[in-house]
Design a protein around this ligand. Structure first.
Ligand code: ARG
Length: 404
């Protein structure tokens, strides 16, 4: 009988290495691993060999960086989507693309199921499975970590030793870390105590603001229709641009975040993040929008940003609502072209200047000098009508007038 084929999202870590063997045993299946390159600096080296040694019949490594930046990160940036006003969602936004890559391989390799290594209490299982359901409703999804018998890391290691699966001998970090070009997510260990300040060793890609340079670093970012296209006057592709900003901001201690967040599965969790590039790019993009968007669109867009972030965090990337919100966002971005100058200094970002061919800032209207062209007299009638509803209300409801 022909064996079932299963494509598994594979990072090369302990869990997914165990999964490769476990699926063969439990489902009598041929396992094909899929590892996505989302711009993470670690992990990729040696992954293919490891997968094959763990028993995979084939190991795919897919470079998803360009697609990630252009079709996932730029839309999130243009939307201004940041979860709970803090988390730029590096992990959240990576999952749908990894799910897509997994489905693509599953199709090519004629698999009937896909598997992932997410735990049963996290958001990532939801993101993976909802994305797979949207892209390939017929594919079965297996979540071994939710099903299997192992209760500890030690049991998993024992299983590896029994089956000759290579386990990395390096000292296990107390943290669970997920990384890609948009940021690093770090949890577990001492970080589970929300009152504990993160120890310096928890941070992976930023220097402590205390050890950052003693003088500010200026950085200028050019945007074209909401997308960053050049930094410090140098045109760059998206991958290089984000890498560059990550480096400059990281050196200045910018982009460290500490958040008690609301997970989709109902619990509060505490996680720290490092997203130097994402934080700087969101900051710059927001400043350019302040200059170029009209008031109503700008105010309305903050609501869209909020909903967009929830949608990404909650695993609904592949959804009609996201497509519809993108249409709105893209319409607003037609004027978000220009240059923003920022000052990075010991963990802080300050705006140092902004300019745009579509700037709505009109000195003749804003100035308090003799060049003023604002029609001051028009204000009188405007205020009369504008204040009429409250005036009427308090004329009638004398008893509700403020006594303070
Ligand atoms: N809390 C983040 C999210 O739900 C990140 C999850 C993964 N974090 C980790 N350290 N492995 O998007």
């Amino acid at each position: 009988m022909k064996k079932e084929r299963i494509a598994v999202a594979y990072s090369g870590g302990l869990d997914t290495s165990v999964i490769v063997k476990w699926l063969q045993e439990k489902y009598n299946a041929e396992v094909i691993t899929v590892t996505g390159n989302l711009g993470q600096k670690k992990e990729i080296a040696g992954v293919r060999e490891k997968a094959l040694k763990s028993g995979a019949v084939k190991a795919y490594i897919v470079d998803l960086r360009k697609e990630f930046v252009e079709h996932y990160l730029w839309p999130v940036l243009k939307a201004g989507a940041v979860y709970e006003h803090t988390y730029p969602m590096a992990t959240s936004i990576g999952r749908p693309l990894l799910a897509k890559a997994l489905v693509d391989v599953a199709r090519k390799e004629k698999c009937t199921a896909v598997a992932h290594g997410c735990t049963g209490k996290g958001n990532d299982q939801v993101r993976f499975e909802v994305s797979v359901a949207a892209l390939a409703p017929d594919l079965r999804i297996i979540a071994p970590v939710r099903e299997w018998e192992f209760k500890s890391r030690e049991e998993e290691i024992a299983y590896c030793e029994k089956h000759g699966i290579p386990v990395v001998a390096t000292k296990k970090s107390p943290y669970s870390i997920d990384e890609n070009i948009w940021g690093t997510s770090i949890e577990c260990g001492i970080l589970e105590d929300p009152m504990a300040e993160p120890p310096e060793d928890a941070y992976q890609r930023t220097v402590s603001p205390l050890r950052a340079p003693n003088k500010p670093t200026y950085i200028t970012i050019d945007f074209k229709e909401g997308i960053p296209v050049a930094v410090d006057g140098k045109k760059m592709n998206g991958i290089d641009l984000i890498d560059y900003v990550n480096t400059v901001a990281g050196k200045n201690g910018v982009g460290r975040l500490d958040l008690v967040e609301n997970r989709l599965v109902g619990i509060k969790s505490r996680e720290i993040y490092e997203a130097p590039g994402a934080v700087v790019l969101h900051f710059a993009h927001r400043e350019l929008e302040r200059l170029t968007l009209d008031k109503d669109t700008a105010h309305y867009k903050t609501k869209v940003a909020h909903d967009y972030a929830d949608l990404v965090y909650n695993g609904l990337w592949f959804s009609p609502l996201r497509t519809a919100l993108d249409a709105f966002v893209n319409e607003t971005q037609k004027v978000v072209t220009g240059t923003v100058k920022l000052k990075l200094y010991k963990g802080s970002i300050e705006i140092a200047g902004r300019t745009s061919p579509y700037s709505l800032y009109d000195t003749k209207l804003a100035t308090y000098s003799a060049d003023d062209q604002f029609d001051h007299k028009a204000s009188e009638g405007f205020i009369k009508i504008y204040g009429l509803p409250v005036k009427t209300f308090y004329r009638v409801n004398k008893h509700l007038r403020s006594k303070e």
